[in-house]
Design a protein around this ligand. Structure first.
Ligand SMILES: [Zn+2]
Length: 283
C-alpha cells in the first residue's frame, strides 16, 4: 500500500514518526506552513521557518525514504498580528521555489477583516504563480466559515477546481463538493473526523477528489491516521484501487496542478544509512 499524506506538520514530529510512517506505507507528504503555537514576533522568524520547510525537513524525510514537499503562506491565525503581516510582501520569493506545490495553509481562523485581506491576497498570489491553494476551514462555526471561504474563492482569480478545502466534515462536505473544490479531511484521534465517519462520508459522497490527511502537528494527533483510514475502507468493502485513489492518486493529482511535484528516485537503503551518519556527524 502506498500512501501520500497531503497535510502533516513534520517540523513538530520525531524520527520515530518518520520511521513508523514509512513502515505504514507513507512514501510522500506535503507539509503546509502553519502556526507554530508560540506566536512569532517578526517576519524573519517566518523566513527561517520557510527555509527549514524547503531545506532541512525534506532532507530529514529523505533519511526515512519519504519525499517531502511543502506549501508556503502566512497562516490565518497570525494574519491577525500586524508584526507578521509584512510576510505577505515576501511570499513571492518563496512561491517560485521548486519544492513549493501550493499556497497554504490559508483560510479563516476567527473570520476577521485582517483574515479577509490575507486570504484574498494569497489566493491572488496563487493565481499569479500558477499554484493551487490549500485552504483550511475554521474549527469553530464551520459552515459559516466554509460559505465565506467559498465566496472569497469565487471572487478571486483562482478557479475553485485549483483549491483544496481542508478540515471538512459531515456539515460542510456537500457544499464544498457542489462548489467543485478538492475535498480534504483531517482525521484526528479525539476531535474532527475519525476513521469510521470518514468511511461513511466516502460511502455517501464517493472517492472523487477526496484527500485524507493526518494533519499531525504539535497537538494530540496521529501521523498513522492515513493508514488507519485505508484499513477502515478495506474493512468496509472498498477495494485496493479505491484506497489507492484516495490515499495516493488524488493527492498526487491535486499537487501536480503546481507542475512541480517530483515523486521519482526514492532514496535507496544505502543512501538512507549514509544520510543518518551525515546527520549524526553534523549534529
Ligand atoms: Zn495544518
Amino acid at each position: 500500500m502506498r500512501i501520500f499524506d497531503p497535510h502533516i506538520h513534520m517540523t513538530s514530529r520525531t524520527t520515530d514518526d518518520y520511521e513508523a510512517m514509512h513502515a505504514a506505507g507513507v512514501r510522500a507528504l506535503v507539509e503546509p506552513a502553519f502556526w507554530l503555537g508560540q506566536p512569532r514576533t517578526s517576519p524573519a522568524s517566518f523566513f527561517d521557518y520557510f527555509d527549514a520547510l524547503l531545506g532541512w525537513e525534506p532532507f530529514r524525510a529523505a533519511q526515512y525514504g519519504i519525499t517531502h514537499h511543502c506549501t508556503i503562506a502566512l497562516n490565518p491565525k497570525e494574519a491577525n498580528d500586524p508584526r507578521c503581516t509584512p510576510v505577505l510582501d515576501a511570499l513571492p520569493r518563496y512561491l517560485v521555489k521548486d519544492n513549493v506545490v501550493a499556497v497554504g495553509e490559508i483560510g479563516y481562523d476567527s473570520m476577521t477583516p485582517a483574515e479577509d485581506t490575507a486570504l484574498a491576497t494569497q489566493l491572488q498570489l496563487a493565481a499569479d504563480h500558477d499554484l493551487p491553494a490549500l485552504v483550511h476551514t475554521p474549527h469553530r462555526d464551520k459552515l459559516a466559515g466554509l460559505r465565506r471561504t467559498l465566496d472569497v474563492v469565487r471572487e478571486s482569480a483562482l478557479p475553485v477546481d485549483r483549491v483544496l478545502i481542508d478540515h471538512l466534515n459531515e456539515t460542510t462536505v456537500k457544499e464544498a463538493k457542489d462548489a467543485g473544490s478538492w475535498l480534504g479531511f483531517s482525521v484526528y484521534p479525539d476531535t474532527k473526523m475519525d476513521e469510521d465517519r470518514m468511511v461513511e462520508i466516502l460511502r455517501t459522497f464517493g472517492t472523487e477528489k477526496v484527500l485524507v490527511n493526518s494533519a499531525a502537528d504539535w497537538g494530540k494527533s496521529d501521523p498513522l491516521k492515513t493508514r488507519k483510514v485505508a484499513e477502515a475502507m478495506l474493512k468496509a468493502g472498498f477495494d485496493d484501487d479505491d484506497v489507492d485513489l484516495v490515499l495516493w492518486r488524488n493527492p498526487v493529482a491535486f499537487y501536480s496542478l503546481s507542475g512541480r511535484l517530483q515523486l521519482d528516485a526514492p532514496p535507496t537503503d544505502a543512501a538512507t544509512h549514509e544520510g543518518n551518519s551525515i546527520l549524526r556527524g553534523g549534529a
